[in-house]
Write a protein that binds this ligand. Structure first.
Ligand code: SF4
Ligand code: SF4
Length: 360
């Protein structure tokens, strides 16, 4: 039985955040001991200001870190952004200021080490630094994700895979369900002690970098990341669309869930937009339409030819012709990485004709 707590938190008011974090920590007496090293894992996808809702808000990270310091633990903030550094992301997101103000380290999760898992993918590479800590507290951001539909607690731990090694997984696990299985394998290497989700200013639309901020107004918390993701998906009526949830259903991974905090029923949000390229639910329909995967298209009027997508594409399908990036559709695996990393929102995904017909 997993407990998922939901709290109404309309904005990043530190007084309210402290009250909620206190309510989350207080029944868990003794789960963190004096002197414990605790890795705080926010979402640090890319250099971006807090109001863009790309990264976990610094106010929540600060309040959690302060609580850990109160408990005489030794927290550090750490992540491995795919195409940047923790230092650069920390600077713009406000997380470096938090680290400096509290006198705690801001670390890059580098130094890969291969580890065995008992999950779907037997071996994965993660940063060896995650084993230098006694506990992990996961602070995901509630966001849409063009490939996986939502990125929540389980997906946030993909940040423990150092930098560019992440891109390789798009080739090794190119089918969306396999990618979701891989995410669960990485998550299971060192499941966090606690997951506290920043769903105050969430992201809707074509996330995780180019979606729109959405004032959802909730904090969710659970010791079980998968249960937390299920409840968060239910909140925006996406539980049947999120690939990870499909894997959880097929493999019987979801525990029974009891709600706590301020809600006894999952609050439902009606107008939250999922990605426009949200894949169809994993069903016969999708199997029939496999050939009709969404394809990336570069918008020349927005593209600055910065080359970031070319660098990130795991199959080398983006080539420069003159100054312009061009996509080789023969090798493209529709992994959405280019859209995820483009800082100028210059890549759109188009639907195949079969799929359009099916969606009517
Ligand atoms: S990342 Fe975006 S702006 Fe940069 S080259 Fe690719 S499409 Fe153009
Ligand atoms: S072009 Fe974009 S969608 Fe296609 S393989 Fe490269 S990164 Fe993935």
């Amino acid at each position: 039985m997993a407990k998922v707590e939901i709290y109404r938190v309309r904005w990043y008011d530190e007084k309210r955040l402290r009250e909620v974090v206190e309510r989350i920590f207080s029944p868990r007496k003794g789960f963190i001991s004096r002197g414990d090293r605790v890795l705080i894992k926010p979402n640090m996808l890319a250099p971006s200001r807090p109001e863009k809702a790309v990264t976990t808000h610094p106010a929540l990270v600060k309040v959690v870190a302060e609580k850990l310091l109160d408990l005489d633990a030794r927290p550090a903030i750490a992540d491995s952004p795919a195409l940047s550094s923790a230092e650069k992301v920390g600077k713009l997101s406000g997380l470096r200021d938090v680290a400096e103000e509290l006198g705690i380290p801001l670390l890059e999760l580098d130094s890969p080490v291969e580890v065995k898992t008992r999950s779907f993918f037997r071996k994965v590479e993660v940063s060896r630094k995650i084993f230098e800590f006694d506990h992990i507290i996961n602070l995901p951001k509630f966001k849409t994700h063009t490939q996986m539909v939502l990125t929540l607690a389980v997906k946030n731990m993909f940040g423990t895979v150092p930098g560019r090694l992440k891109a390789e997984w798009h080739v090794r696990a190119s089918k969306y369900l396999d990618f979701a299985r891989m995410l669960y394998s990485v998550f299971s290497v060192r499941p966090p002690l606690l997951n506290i989700m920043d769903g105050i200013l969430a992201m809707e639309g074509n996330g995780p970098q180019n979606g729109n901020p959405y004032p959802l107004g909730f904090i969710l918390a659970s010791e079980d990341g998968l249960a937390l993701d299920y409840v968060a998906s239910r909140m925006v009526k996406a539980e049947k669309k999120v690939y990870l949830m499909e894997v959880a259903r097929r493999e019987g991974l979801l525990p029974e869930i009891v709600l706590g905090g301020e809600y006894r029923r999952v609050p439902e949000v009606d107008d939250f937009s999922l990605p426009s390229t949200t894949p169809l639910s994993p069903s016969l329909a999708r199997r029939l339409l496999r050939r009709s995967l969404p394809k990336p298209k570069i918008l020349p009027e927005k593209c600055t030819a910065c080359g970031i997508c070319q660098e990130a594409c795991p199959t080398g399908s983006i080539l420069k012709v003159g100054k312009e990036p061009k996509i080789n559709y023969d090798t493209c695996i529709s992994c959405f990485v280019c859209q995820e990393v483009c800082p100028f929102d210059s890549i759109q995904f188009t639907q195949g004709i079969l799929r359009r017909l099916f969606q009517g």
